[in-house]
Every structure is written in structure tokens, then in C-alpha cells.
Design a protein around this ligand. Structure first.
Ligand code: FJE
Ligand code: FE
Length: 297
């Protein structure tokens, strides 16, 4: 393989994401966003979620960041206060820029267990109050590239010379890699970006070919300098992991649940806006999701 990475990043920290309760009866394995890793600029939360009806995430608001939902199994129906509604099925992606405000529900759409990843990406102060926006791509339209026992689904950014059509307000890369036994990768990452790996299936070796294999539900923070990731599948099973990177914002972060702003005054204003249905929350006044009614919350 050509040497596309000159200075591979090393793994500096490892977190095992254990199941915890979230929403109403749902389970998340939270890696970023938990107490020991409150923020990894620009990333606020990474949840590997697992939800079966009637559990879910009924009507709740967001302001000041983006949520990226990538389904792994089953389906989730979302519905917002502007009437934007749809079902995110296995392999589909929803990239939601909440901006000044979204109120929505995210509920199971099928029998059995729905699984996926939800990433919260912070927005810079100049974009926190922009109009909400969705970018949605169904599984069949997510670009895939394959080479030498590597398959990569390009959610955001670029891999193996192929670019995703997703526009990232905060510059972000999001790649879903599957490596056959014996395969290895070299993936460039911009030097100034924060980046991490989250293992979904199998076991892989990351950063240094002599390091110990890491298994599912672990998050690996990649060292601050270096121009890319090197990883190996030295096992006899397939390895699947996510590589995410983003340009740090370097701004103060004040978070109150689903509101993420730069100062306490902005958070106080947001709580007021949400309570009074103003400054982007107007449509919340008379709205209740259909699924909330169906599920009887
Ligand atoms: C939220 C608690 C929550 N992780 N993963 C508090 F659970 C949520 C929330 C989610 C969520 C939704 C999906 Cl579909 C997947 C998630 C947390 O909705 F927004 C707040 N504030
Ligand atoms: Fe939400």
C-alpha cells in the first residue's frame, strides 16, 4: 500500500462504553459526553443506542449543535415540530443541524431492538442560531469504496479518493470501516483535528502494529498530532469500526442537557425561549408528536 500516512497517530486514551439508561426506557453506551470525557472538541456526545418499543426518546428540544443519527439495526421514526417526519432505517443517515431550535421525537419504528449511533457535534458561536436543516441519505445512496479487503462507507469527508456529499458546518469526517481478516488501512486525518475510533464489531489493532487488540464498544482517542490513522485486523473475524474527526472550535462550552451555548447567559436565554416558545421555538407551543400520542407518554 502507498504510504498515505507519514506520521500515524497513536492511541492516547481508551474508554469502554457501558450501558446506561437514557430517554424513556432506552439504553445508551455513552463514550463522549460522560463524566470522564465531557467534551472532545467539537464532539459533545457519542451514544451507541439500543431501544425497543415502547421505549424511546419522546418530544425534546435541541439548540446550538448538530445530531447525527446512523442506524445499525432496525429503524427509528423521527418527527419534528415543523412537520418534518421520516423513518431512519438500518444503514441510513440523518444529519440534523438543530441550530436555533428543533423539538422532536425519536421513537422505534419496528419490532425488536433498534440500534444505532448518535453523535452530537458542536456548532461555532456564529452558527448556533442558524435555521435548522436536515441532510438525509438512505443506505443505498451512502457512498462506499472497497479495496484490498477494506470496505468503507463514507458518511462525511473523504476516503479512498471518494467524497461524501454531506455538508459539515463544523468540519467533520465520519467513516465506517469494515476490514476483512488480514486487512490494514492508512487513512489521512487533518493534523489539527481531534479524532477518535469507536469499535462496533470484532477486534482491531490501532496506532501501533505491536499494540493489543481492542474490542467492541471501546472508544479510542487518537493523539493530537500526526496525519492519519493506521489500523490492522490481525484476527480471523471481520472488524468494523467508526473513525470520526473534527476541527476543534476552541470556544467556551456551556451545556444544559440538550442546549449547548457559549455562556450561561445564552443558556438562560435558551431556557426562557423554550418556555415561552420564542426565538425559534414558536412552533413548540401547540405541538405534540404523533408517536408520543401513540406510545401514550
Ligand atoms: C436527549 C436525554 C436523551 N442519545 N441517541 C436527554 F436521551 C436525549 C436523546 C438522545 C438520543 C436519541 C437517539 Cl434517537 C439516539 C440518543 C440521547 O434524545 F436529547 C436529552 N437531552
Ligand atoms: Fe433528539
Amino acid at each position: 500500500m502507498s504510504n498515505v500516512v507519514k506520521e500515524p497517530r497513536t492511541v492516547v486514551r481508551k474508554f469502554l462504553a457501558r450501558p446506561q439508561h437514557e430517554g424513556v426506557g432506552a439504553t445508551v453506551r455513552r463514550s463522549i459526553g460522560r463524566f470522564e470525557l465531557k467534551y472532545f472538541d467539537p464532539f459533545l456526545v457519542l451514544d451507541e443506542f439500543s431501544v425497543s418499543a415502547p421505549a424511546g426518546f419522546p418530544d425534546h428540544p435541541h439548540r446550538g449543535f448538530e445530531t447525527v443519527t446512523y442506524m445499525l439495526q432496525g429503524a427509528v421514526t423521527h418527527e419534528d415540530f415543523e412537520g418534518h417526519k421520516g423513518t431512519i432505517e438500518a444503514g441510513d443517515l440523518q444529519w440534523m443541524t438543530a441550530g436555533r431550535g428543533i423539538v422532536h421525537s425519536e421513537m422505534p419504528a419496528a419490532q425488536g431492538t433498534q440500534k444505532g449511533l448518535q453523535l452530537w457535534i458542536n456548532l461555532s458561536s456564529k452558527y448556533k442560531m442558524i435555521e435548522p436543516r436536515y441532510q438525509e441519505i438512505t443506505s443505498k445512496d451512502i457512498t462506499e469504496a472497497a479495496k484490498d479487503g477494506i470496505k468503507v462507507r463514507i458518511i462525511a469527508g473523504e476516503a479512498l479518493g471518494i467524497k461524501s456529499p454531506i455538508y459539515t458546518r463544523t468540519p467533520t469526517m465520519y467513516l465506517d470501516f469494515t476490514l476483512n481478516p488480514g486487512a490494514q488501512i492508512q487513512q489521512p486525518i487533518p493534523v489539527s483535528w481531534n479524532a477518535f475510533v469507536y469499535i462496533l464489531e470484532g477486534e482491531g489493532i490501532f496506532g501501533n502494529s505491536r499494540s493489543l487488540p481492542i474490542t467492541a464498544h471501546n472508544l479510542l482517542l487518537l493523539g493530537g498530532s500526526g496525519d492519519g490513522l493506521e489500523a490492522w485486523n490481525k484476527s480471523s473475524k471481520s472488524l468494523r469500526f467508526i473513525l470520526i474527526g473534527g476541527e476543534p472550535l476552541g470556544e467556551p462550552v456551556v451545556q444544559f442537557g440538550p442546549f449547548v451555548m457559549n455562556s450561561q447567559a445564552e443558556i438562560d436565554q435558551t431556557i426562557e425561549d423554550y418556555e415561552n416558545c420564542t426565538n425559534g421555538f414558536e412552533k413548540a407551543r401547540h405541538w405534540k408528536s404523533e408517536s408520543t400520542t401513540v406510545f401514550g407518554y
